[in-house]
Design a protein around this ligand. Structure first.
Ligand SMILES: Cc1ncc(COP(=O)(O)O)c(C=O)c1O
Length: 307
């Protein structure tokens, strides 16, 4: 569950303002046309202090998202990183979720976004385990969504755009109404893409597989982290086209994401995956991932930025 800190601070266009004053006008372009690009990641409470997970990589992805949509952020990436740190510090939360967002603001309401300002904000709040605390061990039941992910050359999947999340909402609502924790979308070619807010991996005969970046997926930072861990553990990882039925016969399937972290999937369309609970590879990857983000193991990959 998320808990807003209503006596906290939000960074907007270069300065911290009280949470309740961080508002925008209803005539802002973003409200009408979904013109926002954003990020989401966690700050973890470690024995060495609060640490932001892959801050620079998230900022880089934000700038890439904005580049695709021809939005110039009026700050350097270093300045933006400093603003994120300033916001986390100001809110005095040891662990939190961080949400930088860049959007077309108040100006004109034609579809053409160029006349409108590029506004930036950074907010933080406390956010528990996205798919439930038990999910990390027990796994979740998911379905294949009847909604597809965006087709190539419609909405660019590599950009983390607010508008893409209308598609995510359709996937998520359908899953919820039908009694599943989450939905997995196929892409326009009928191949496995991703969850509404998570990348997807499967393990089959000791090899780890994940859809390639051309499968209409977000280039997840957790996805990238898991790929690195898999390689470091000496296992095979393949980024490829994945047919739907490969999920059903997999030994293990799991989601990755800043919110979901590494969440095992125990069934897909009510077909039990492997032993119907977290498998050994998923467990191993979780152990390594959580040991690093919780500061229990040396951060040899330089993923953490301490406050
Ligand atoms: C659609 C989608 N795919 C994948 C991810 C996972 O990306 P990351 O690991 O960078 O959080 C997210 C999370 O924001 C997402 O919204």
């Amino acid at each position: 569950m998320s808990a807003f800190k209503e006596d906290g601070w939000v960074w907007t266009n270069g300065r911290l303002v009280p949470w309740k004053e961080a508002t925008i006008h209803v005539a802002s372009h973003v409200i009408h046309y979904g013109s926002s690009l954003f990020e989401g990641f966690r700050t973890y409470d470690t024995p060495k202090g609060s640490a932001l997970f892959r801050l620079q990589d998230h900022t880089r992805r934000l700038y890439n998202s904005c580049k695709i949509y021809r939005m110039d952020i009026p700050y350097s990436q270093d300045e933006f990183n400093a603003a994120v740190l300033e916001t986390v510090r100001a809110n005095k939360l040891k662990a939190c979720y961080v949400r930088p967002i860049v959007y077309r603001g108040y100006g004109t309401l034609g579809v053409d976004p160029f006349p409108n300002p590029v506004d930036c904000a950074i907010l933080v709040w406390e956010w528990g385990k996205y798919l439930g605390a038990e999910a990390l061990e027990d796994g979740v039941d998911v379905c294949i969504s009847s909604w597809w992910r965006m087709a190539p050359n419609t909405f660019p999947a590599l950009a983390k755009a607010g508008a893409n999340y209308m598609n995510s909402q359709l996937i998520r609502m359908e899953a919820k109404v039908d009694g599943y924790a989450e939905g997995i979308a196929l892409n326009i070619r009928g191949h496995v893409s991703e969850g509404s807010g998570e990348n997807l991996f499967l393990v089959l005969n000791g090899t780890v597989h994940t859809p390639s970046l051309s499968a209409s997926v977000l280039p997840g930072i957790t996805r990238d982290s898991v790929i690195a861990i898999v390689k470091d553990l000496g296992m095979n990882i393949v980024e490829e086209t994945i047919p739907r039925e490969m999920l059903y016969i997999a030994d293990e399937v799991f989601f990755t994401g800043s919110a979901a972290e590494i969440t095992p999937i125990r069934s897909v369309d009510r077909i039990v995956i492997g032993g119907g609970r977290r498998g050994p590879v998923t467990k191993k990857l979780q152990e390594e991932f959580f040991a690093v983000i919780n500061g229990e193991k040396e951060d040899t990959r330089h993923w953490l930025t301490y406050l």
